[in-house]
Design a protein around this ligand. Structure first.
Ligand code: UD1
Length: 426
């Protein structure tokens, strides 16, 4: 199993480039199920969740073609015929976002069979809101043998009010509503940029969607959608992770190719914590020359501070002077990284949904275990400033969502290798 070996202490200097957003690419790939014409997606990140989605679509009968050479970030998906509208447990268990195919499959094929995702490292993650919404659109749903089965002759537009804000739930129902008969009004929707990106793609495919990116989305259903070409937005979580890396290591880092508009809450919080950033023509420059100071942070739905940046922020908080209180409001059990950071010398106490981080603590290298995608990113960040050589095990978690992270970080001065490689002597 791959491990990352990181020797801390180097400031990150130069330019690091952000890939396309995994969380936008996943629903956009699922949207290709809605048409029998090719959908060409550009700026698809080369990460494992995308690979899983390609397999998922191919297993249903989709023709999936990967670009190569300069076009390596392009994926063309053509769902001319769909033999088997089913997402098996084998694939869904490795990537919960596989449930994104539920809505498009019922809308296009009139039926779907999708494995229930079960729990994951960050807590129980139900899909009741996806199910309720599809029922509102007229689908019949049953659950048996760990699968949810949905059927409908043709979905009908309806009013859907989400009890709770859900990102993939909003996306799933948006795709279903695009091919439903009549108007759907969705309220209390997720406002994440990834939802807006999906709506953008669907509109290019001939859908009639208004209001994506706000809490009320209106969809006029259409009879059919057609193929198109679409470029995925940049990954704001990858960008945020690199910005924190620049700040933590006392570097001078240009995080290129990101959209600062999507990073508002993070940049504001970092400013409060003493991090200097400036906007460039092509992204964000971070200068880590000032001391870091504690700043409390609460995760919230977009446009609030993203839960997907909580673990990375905690790594930063260990190096800030004073007490930072970090409150996780979205997931019930998302502090698995805290214990690993403590093993590296951090002073963190968990009190229910709050983590109390007392800084600044010198970090020392240790053997640590990645428990989920973003938790592994926080361990990489801590390792970049730790004294000595940290070994991070279970790196497959980080490969789910970060494209060639060790190559990108090495390009700006980090000492980081996959296990098996030998680090040069200092
Ligand atoms: C998406 C992101 C993930 C991010 C999360 C929150 C993708 C592929 N993943 O996950 O990276 O951490 O948003 O920003 O885009 N909930 C229910 N019932 C449901 C659905 C959700 O109770 O049917 C709850 C969840 O348990 C959680 C909260 O709603 O507490 C938000 O979850 P949700 O927004 O659905 O997360 P995902 O879409 O799975």
């Amino acid at each position: 199993m791959d491990k990352l070996v990181i020797r801390g202490g180097n400031p990150l200097l130069g330019t690091i480039r952000v890939s396309g957003a995994k969380n936008a690419a996943l629903p956009c790939m699922a949207a290709a199920l809605l048409t029998d014409e090719p959908v060409i997606l550009e700026n698809i990140p080369q990460v494992r969740d995308i690979e899983t989605t390609r397999k998922l679509l191919a297993a249903m009968g989709a023709e999936v073609e990967l670009g190569y050479g300069r076009a390596q970030h392009r994926t063309t998906i053509c769902c001319r015929t769909l033999g088997s509208p089913e997402a098996s447990y084998e694939l869904v268990k490795t990537m919960r976002a596989s449930t994104l195919v539920l809505g498009p499959l019922v809308a296009r094929c009139g039926r779907a069979r999708v494995s229930l995702p079960g729990g994951c490292a960050i807590g129980s993650r139900p899909i009741d809101l996806h199910i309720k919404g599809l029922e509102r659109l007229g689908a019949k749903l049953t659950q048996e043998h760990g699968y949810v089965e949905a059927s409908a002759e043709r979905l009908r537009g309806a009013e859907i009010v989400f009890d709770k804000i859900t990102v993939t739930g909003t996306e799933d129902l948006l795709m279903a509503a695009a091919l439903a008969e009549g108007e759907t009004v969705m309220r209390n929707c997720a406002r994440e940029p990834e939802v807006a990106d999906l709506a953008d793609l669907l509109n290019k495919m001939g859908a009639k969607i208004e209001g994506a990116g706000t809490s009320t989305i209106r969809v006029q259903g259409v009879d059919r959608l057609h193929g198109t070409r679409h470029r995925i937005i940049p990954d704001r979580v990858e960008a945020g992770t690199f910005i924190i890396a620049g700040a933590l290591t006392g570097g001078d880092l240009h995080v290129a190719g990101c959209d600062p508009h999507h990073l508002g809450a993070l940049l504001q919080k970092l400013e409060e914590a003493g991090v200097k950033t400036t906007l460039t023509a092509d992204g964000v420059r971070v200068m880590g020359d000032a001391p870091l100071r504690a700043a409390d942070m609460n995760t919230e739905e977009y446009p609030g501070f993203p839960t997907d940046m909580q673990a990375q922020y905690m790594a930063l908080a260990t190096q800030a002077e004073g007490t930072s209180i970090i409150t996780e409001n979205i997931f019930e059990n998302r502090f698995m990284h805290a214990q690993e950071l403590v093993r590296m010398g951090a002073n963190i106490k968990i009190e229910g949904r709050r983590a109390v981080v007392q800084g600044k603590s010198p970090l020392s290298a240790a053997a640590v275990l990645a428990s989920d995608l973003r938790a592994s990113a926080s361990l990489v960040l801590a390792a970049l400033v730790a004294d000595g050589e940290t070994i991070i095990d279970r790196v497959y978690h980080i490969d789910r969502g970060y494209e060639r992270i060790e190559e990108k970080l090495r390009g700006v001065g980090a000492q980081i290798k996959r296990m098996g490689d030998v680090l040069p002597k200092r």
